[in-house]
Design a protein around this ligand. Structure first.
Ligand code: 5GP
Length: 127
């Protein structure tokens, strides 16, 4: 799959409100926030989807969670709580094909996320 808008953000070719950066990752505010605090944490090396994660990506994928926890602490959400979400493909709601962790905080979120929708019949049974 080809490059996405996130590659341009990493290269600083387009602006973003960057809240954290290191050699492996970049975190910036979502342009269309779904919570009072909504940050995307991305690996600098593009992995398109969760399906494309390989064993050797363990460190960088784990690192995204380390950054999420640090940011939640830094911005004062650690104790009250927050949500981290990684969407995969169409049904998961993925729109940008460069792996990213959403860090959402600042309100009490509902669960489950699809409470008002009928499940599609995938044939998968959860015992
Ligand atoms: P997804 O739907 O793939 O899980 O999440 C993609 C996220 O990227 C969306 O929440 C969307 O608002 C955000 N996004 C898309 N384009 C841009 C952009 O150019 N800048 C920023 N900061 N966020 C973006």
């Amino acid at each position: 799959m080809s490059a996405t808008i996130f590659d341009k953000i990493i290269a600083k070719e387009i602006p973003a409100d960057i809240v954290y950066e290191d050699e492996l990752s970049l975190a910036f505010k979502d342009i269309n926030p779904q919570a009072p605090f909504h940050v995307l944490i991305i690996p600098k090396r593009r992995i398109a989807t969760i399906n494309d994660i390989q064993a050797e990506d363990r460190e960088v994928v784990g690192h995204l969670y380390v950054v999420a926890a640090r940011l939640a602490q830094q911005y004062g959400f650690a104790d009250d709580g927050y949500r981290v979400v990684m969407n995969c493909n169409r049904d998961g709601g993925q729109t940008v094909y460069h792996l990213h962790l959403h860090l959402l905080a600042g309100l009490t979120m509902g669960w489950p996320p699809f409470a008002n929708q009928k499940p599609k019949s995938s044939g998968v049974k959860h015992e």
